[in-house]
Design a protein around this ligand. Structure first.
Ligand code: GLV
Ligand code: MN
Ligand code: MN
Length: 433
């Protein structure tokens, strides 16, 4: 199969940029929504333009293949969905850069030495059904398909229903060992979600580790009542413990050198002149080790129970999403650093508190990540940014990394490790802003 010359980076970016963008510049590409389906169509058209074989796996992830899909495959890519109100780069930068790298590599080989795939992992953000990295988690067997497919969005639509409405049959969802066995390495390029590269003056970095993290739902049930007639002492207001939860999460995370966020609260009935009857809040917690996350959440939960008992409010909590995080293999990190050196010189290593499909895949295949400088350091918000020049440096780095993996007869896990290969996420701090 020969590759047709594809669009260059800027053209691809321009064609994807308007999809799911609101007038204020924020992105709304929730998984399996119309905007996400348009992104998936964009992916298909990029594959077609390059004569890459397109393949939708059993879990809704999209794959574009250069070379016959088979053992030893080198895979790159990221995701096209966004959080509600997200930025342009989180996810799409890795997919667009993957296709751009293919364009550069096909100037070097008419047939790649190993199969190369660009992948768009489905529902990475978990912005609609609450479970992060759904597509990669399903593929690697890290979530029960039935439980995940039954999860609902804010309108009560299940993931299975959303997939069906999009024309995708979810009955085959689940672990895909055959596909996993074909992958020799996965390299995800991503916008940096912090300002470490800006501080270091480097356009590109390599991920050392991803912190373990999870999401918990807190449901508070009190007694709805009249705001003008109910004495303060008689109220069972569920929003009081919600307020404490938000403040406790912040204080306890600070004390534990971890991160905890309440970024979503729903109040029922949500009337100005009524004491609420119920409220739900979602806690996101992250720390360098699993125990640190679990201990933090347990301690926040215990504090919340006390506040609830004080205000005669019932509390039910549920873990909605858990990610182990990953220490990316040192050998593969060094391999990437060495292969990128000719194009960009030495590049730094960074740990991150953000979750990624690469961290999910790392449980099953050698995986690595490249980060591209984000001068604002902001992410999950339209202020997320990267200069075109840095994006192109990212493409250069990714191209060099993929070329080295395609050229290397060894498995990436067999590549020699360098002096810093054992860097652990527990020894590194989350990228500072
Ligand atoms: C995804 O970006 C996450 O870290 O939640
Ligand atoms: Mn994200
Ligand atoms: Mn992402």
């Amino acid at each position: 199969m020969s590759l047709a010359q594809g669009d260059d980076f800027a053209d691809m970016w321009t064609s994807l940029e308007p999809v799911g963008r609101a007038p204020d510049g924020s992105y709304h590409r929730l998984a399996w929504s119309e905007a996400d389906l348009a992104c998936r169509d964009w992916f298909r058209s990029q594959a077609r333009q390059r004569n890459m074989a397109l393949d939708e796996d059993r879990n809704g992830n999209l794959w574009a293949w250069w070379g016959e899909p088979g053992p030893g495959a080198v895979v790159t890519g990221s995701h096209l969905d966004s959080v509600p109100g997200g930025g342009a780069f989180d996810g799409p930068l890795g997919v667009v850069s993957g296709f751009a790298a293919v364009d550069r590599l096909c100037r070097r080989w008419t047939v790649p030495p190993k199969p190369l795939a660009v992948v768009d992992f489905a529902d990475e953000e978990g912005g609609r059904f609450g479970v992060a990295c759904a597509g990669s988690r399903l593929m690697t067997g890290q979530v029960d398909p039935d439980t995940l497919l039954a999860r609902t969005d804010r309108s009560g639509v299940t993931l299975a229903e959303a997939m069906r409405a999009a024309g995708f049959d979810p009955t085959g969802c689940g672990e895909d060992p055959e596909r996993i066995s074909k992958i020799s390495a996965f390299v995800e390029l991503h916008i940096e979600q912090g300002r470490a590269l800006e501080g270091l003056g480097a356009p590109v970095g390599v991920a050392a580790a991803v912190w373990p993290h999870g999401r918990w739902r807190f449901d508070f049930a009190g007694q709805g009542d009249h705001a003008g007639t109910t004495r303060l002492a008689d109220r069972r207001d569920p929003l009081i413990p919600v307020a404490h939860l938000i403040l406790d999460a912040r204080a306890q995370a600070g004390a534990a050198e971890a991160l905890a966020t309440v970024g979503r609260v729903e109040v029922n009935p949500g009337a100005t002149n009524a004491v609420a009857s119920r409220a739900s809040a979602w806690l996101d917690a992250r720390a360098p080790s699993r125990d640190a996350v679990r201990n933090l959440v347990e301690s926040i939960r215990a504090a919340s129970l006390e506040h609830c008992s004080h205000h005669d409010v019932a509390l039910a909590t549920k873990e909605e999403s858990w990610s182990d995080g990953a220490d990316f293999p040192g050998a593969l990190q060094e391999h990437l650093i060495a292969s990128v050196a000719a194009a960009l010189g030495a590049i730094p290593k960074l740990a991150t508190g953000a979750g990624h499909d690469a961290a999910i895949l790392a449980a099953r295949v050698p995986a690595a990540m490249l980060f591209v400088r984000n001068p604002t350091g902001i992410s999950h918000d339209p202020a997320e940014a990267a200069s075109t020049q840095d994006c192109l440096s990212g493409v250069d780095a990714l191209t060099a990394a993929l070329a080295a993996l395609l050229d290397d007869p060894r498995r990436p896990s067999e590549a020699p490790s360098g002096p810093q290969a054992d860097q652990s996420r527990s020894m590194t701090k989350v990228t500072p802003r």
